[in-house]
Design a protein around this ligand. Structure first.
Ligand SMILES: *Cc1c(COP(=O)(O)O)cnc(C)c1O
Length: 453
């Protein structure tokens, strides 16, 4: 019989996360304190994160043990299958073998619980009682709601208003898991009230929602803030994906030529690719590609700069590719991946040419997602469609070059709660959209005068 999937037994689950900071040829630039321009210390982050997560954020240890309590929760759905997309390969008719990590079978439907669970756990052991967070399309908010419920924490989620209105089902998932979900900008915070005073109809943005969640966490005793992507400790937790993939591919004696993921804040892409970046640093010939939307082309068109992670400038200055902390995504874009910044780790790897980035139009991404659904069956999240479009592109290149290639990609989540955007695509309501040049000019104005990396 032909291999369609490679499974790991429960006892084969990786016991440690991989920390790329131990292997980087040049170290990451530090986050800076906006007032002093000096690197932030652990004490600067202590009001919003527990010390155990701050330690992971700055750690340069190569391997970090996964606590037993976290492993127990991971085992609810992990190890995830490594699948071979033979039906999709047939459709593409190109000399490629396509393998993917199925991260859509977690309880929340995406890779996000891989970090939600350890974040809830570490906050719990640090004595925290409530977490505040933001969410865009709702995957992160729902994953953290579930994790907080598992560890007995309260959870409040500020959800970007346009998604709150367009995608009610993830708000309902959050409620089922016992969390509170508030459309952002809201009247609950000064940051939200400031935005509403100027733009009463603001559709919201992740940058605004982050400001609200941080302000909310600081305002409440025993509460901390939690972020679902971008930060180093989030990338660390997500490496479980790539570490499992390496074990699974070793079982069938295959090594990928190309490793791919879609990139919003960078966490699922980092999760599958960082263990392969390690191999590449040590001489392995492997291409690593992140896929993003042309409507929010952070890596492909943004400057590499110090910028804030949020609109109200509550975060430290992070060294990253950015479209400016005041970026508000066009409501016309349906595919997610709408954060203005990119994980400093992923940004650093792009800057150092260890990984590359490509941008895809939303019509091409939905076309690829529908091709996938009509061959492999599973309906991917609109975010995941970006990496599928990149796989289609890579297969076309392989055909043109007449070269055989093994592609590995991360199937970051399912789209069963995003069917309205598929409906918009299938009924011709989506338009091709590219970020206008004026928006890049705005981004450059937003970072004017900031320290240069
Ligand atoms: C959140 C999400 C993404 C984008 O976030 P990253 O941090 O870039 O991974 C991609 N796919 C799915 C299914 C998501 O839920």
């Amino acid at each position: 019989m032909k291999t369609m999937k490679v499974l790991l037994e429960d006892h084969e689950i990786p016991r440690q996360w991989y920390n790329i900071q131990a292997d980087l040829p040049t170290p990451l630039r530090p986050p800076l304190h906006p007032a002093t321009g000096k690197p932030v210390g652990p004490e600067d982050l202590a009001p919003i994160f527990p010390m155990n997560l701050i330690e992971q954020e700055v750690s340069t240890e190569r391997w970090i043990d996964i606590p037993e309590e976290v492993l127990e929760k991971y085992l609810i759905w992990r190890p995830t299958p490594l699948c071979r997309a033979r039906n999709f390969e047939k459709l593409l008719d190109a000399p490629v073998k396509i393998y993917y990590k199925m991260e859509g079978n977690s309880p929340a439907g995406s890779h996000k619980p891989n970090t939600a669970i350890p974040q809830a756990y570490y906050n719990k052991v640090a004595g925290v009682k409530h977490l505040s967070t933001e969410t865009g399309a709702g995957q992160w908010g729902s994953a953290l709601s579930m994790a907080c419920q598992m560890f007995g924490l309260g959870c409040r989620v500020f959800m970007v208003k346009v998604s709150y209105e367009q995608k009610p089902y993830r708000r309902m998932m959050m409620n089922v898991w016992g969390a509170e979900c508030i459309p952002s900008p809201s009247n609950l915070t000064q940051a939200g009230r400031n935005v509403l005073a100027e733009h009463p109809d603001s559709p919201g943005s992740l940058g605004i929602a982050i400001s609200e969640a941080i302000e909310d966490a600081i305002a409440h005793p025993n509460a901390k803030y939690s972020l679902g992507s971008v930060l180093n400790h989030v990338m660390l937790h997500q490496t479980i994906i790539g570490l499992e993939a390496q074990k699974q591919m070793a079982k069938i004696g295959v090594y990928p030529d190309v490793v791919m993921g879609c990139a919003g804040g960078g966490s699922n892409f980092a999760g599958i690719s960082l263990p392969y970046v390690r191999d590449k640093i040590h001489g392995k010939d492997v291409k690593i590609v992140g896929a993003e939307p042309t409507s929010c082309p952070t890596l492909t068109r943004g400057p590499f700069a110090y910028d804030f992670g949020d609109l109200a400038k509550m975060t430290p200055l992070l060294p990253m590719y950015t479209l400016g902390h005041d970026y508000v995504p066009a409501p016309i874009h349906a595919g997610g991946l709408r954060y203005h910044g990119m994980a400093p780790i992923v940004s650093h790897l792009v800057k150092e040419n260890l990984v590359e980035a490509r941008a895809y139009h939303q019509l091409d991404t939905f076309e690829a997602g529908v091709m996938w659904a009509r061959s492999e069956g599973f309906i991917p999240a609109p975010e995941t469609d970006h990496v599928i479009a990149a796989v289609v592109d890579e297969a076309r290149r392989a055909k043109e070059e007449g070269k055989e290639k093994v592609i590995l990609f991360n199937w970051s989540g399912h789209g069963m709660v995003d069917l309205a955007s598929y409906d918009a695509y299938l009924t011709g309501k989506l338009l091709p959209y590219e970020l206008p040049d004026e928006e890049i000019a705005r981004a450059l104005r937003a970072i004017e005068g900031f320290p240069k990396p």
